[in-house]
Design a protein around this ligand. Structure first.
Ligand code: GLY
Length: 362
């Protein structure tokens, strides 16, 4: 399978590459050298990730050089950032040091926020090892941590030097973690590409086999969509908001359950269903497209239960979302598969009804 090279090119003429290739992990040190990354590097990962991907990384990368942070979304909070500052200080990091984040969204977002803020900014290279990170969180420069009450509430925009993805990492993922990434893939199809949506919906067997031949083109398509969107709207003033499809209810579900019940992608799976049901109810989306989306989500496999969660509690959590501006919630609703729009007139009643139709308690 041919390597894929995508450029994120911003309006200021600067940007960064996304390189995807089988075996790129084994060539990581050479890839960093080729990017001109200086010799002072601090690698950040978590113990479980490091154990499972170590054999896919260069032998010459000493284990002692890796800073291991706590694993899991519930640890993506300010204390983890503070511990990374300690580790950077112990490592003698200065502005010539590059942070290399090896892991999923938790590692990338937390290490990214530490990199963005330590000494007012160190360069970072993302080496995403999960599907969610390869198709979404490693790209676009959003870094940050959760507040106990609101997902990703504390953060920054910090462009990486590069994103280096290897589909071989995905073979190491627990099935549930892999599946969680597929909901983000479905999101890309739903917001921007009927072709991608259809391909993913119809080739689940090939995708779950996790062969690089099937996965690499899918990941590349998602990265191309994201690269195009974030290049045009880095700071989410406009078009980038479409990438939040499913994320408003999704983030609220994650926060409400203390970041313990859902993988991020699973919460987005529910969030997309809520948005689609709301869209159908207001006549903005054909029911057939909503059904196709619901099938794509449910065919991925079981989602954690939501029947014990009250729609009103989720509504309350949504009010703390970053997408609330001047008191109005900016909500992404689908028009059809492949097209969404952002509206600011969704009522609590509509949201409540869509959540109940998705299985939450009324
Ligand atoms: N995950 C949505 C974004 O990066 O904008």
């Amino acid at each position: 399978m041919e390597p894929v090279h995508i450029e994120v090119r911003h309006a200021d003429g600067r940007g960064y590459p996304i390189d995807l290739a089988e075996g790129l992990g084994l060539r990581l040190l050479a890839a960093l050298d080729a990017l001109g990354v200086g010799a002072q590097r601090v690698f950040v990962s978590t113990a479980p990730i490091w154990r499972t991907v170590r054999h896919l990384l260069p032998e010459g990368l000493p284990d002692a050089d890796v800073v291991l942070m706590a694993d899991g979304e519930r640890h993506k909070q300010l204390p983890a950032v503070s511990r990374l500052y300690d580790a950077l200080m112990r490592a003698g990091a200065d502005r010539a040091t590059t942070v290399v984040a090896i892991g999923g969204g938790v590692v990338g977002d937390t290490a990214g926020f530490a990199a963005a803020t330590y000494m007012r900014g160190l360069p970072i290279v993302h080496v995403p090892t999960t599907l969610v990170a390869q198709v979404d969180s490693a790209i676009g420069g959003k870094v940050g941590v959760n507040h106990p009450l609101a997902k990703n509430l504390v953060g920054a925009f910090h462009r990486p030097l590069a994103v280096l993805g290897d589909p071989r990492f995905l073979a190491t993922l627990p099935r549930r973690e892999f599946r969680a990434g597929l909901y983000e893939v479905v999101k890309y199809g739903a917001v921007a590409s009927v072709e991608l949506f259809t391909r993913v919906s119809h080739d689940l067997r090939g995708i779950f086999a996790r062969s690089a031949d099937v996965l690499l083109p899918v990941i590349a398509d998602c990265c191309r969509i994201k690269a195009r969107v974030v290049a045009a709207d880095e700071r989410e003033a406009g078009e980038r908001r479409i990438l939040n499809f499913g994320h408003t209810a999704g983030h609220a579900l994650e926060a409400l359950t203390k970041y313990r019940r859902f993988r991020h992608g699973e919460a987005v799976g529910y969030g997309m269903l809520v948005a689609a049901r709301l869209a159908v109810a207001r006549g903005a989306m054909p029911a057939d497209d909503c059904e196709a989306l619901a099938q794509a989500v449910t065919h991925m496999g079981p989602l954690p239960p939501v029947a014990d969660l009250a729609a009103d509690q989720v509504l309350e959590a949504m009010r703390l979302d970053k997408k609330v501006r001047a008191g109005r919630l900016h909500f992404v609703i689908p028009r059809r598969i492949g097209a969404v729009e952002v509206v600011d007139d969704v009522t609590d009643g509509e949201l409540r009804a869509a959540m109940v139709a998705t299985g939450l308690r009324g």
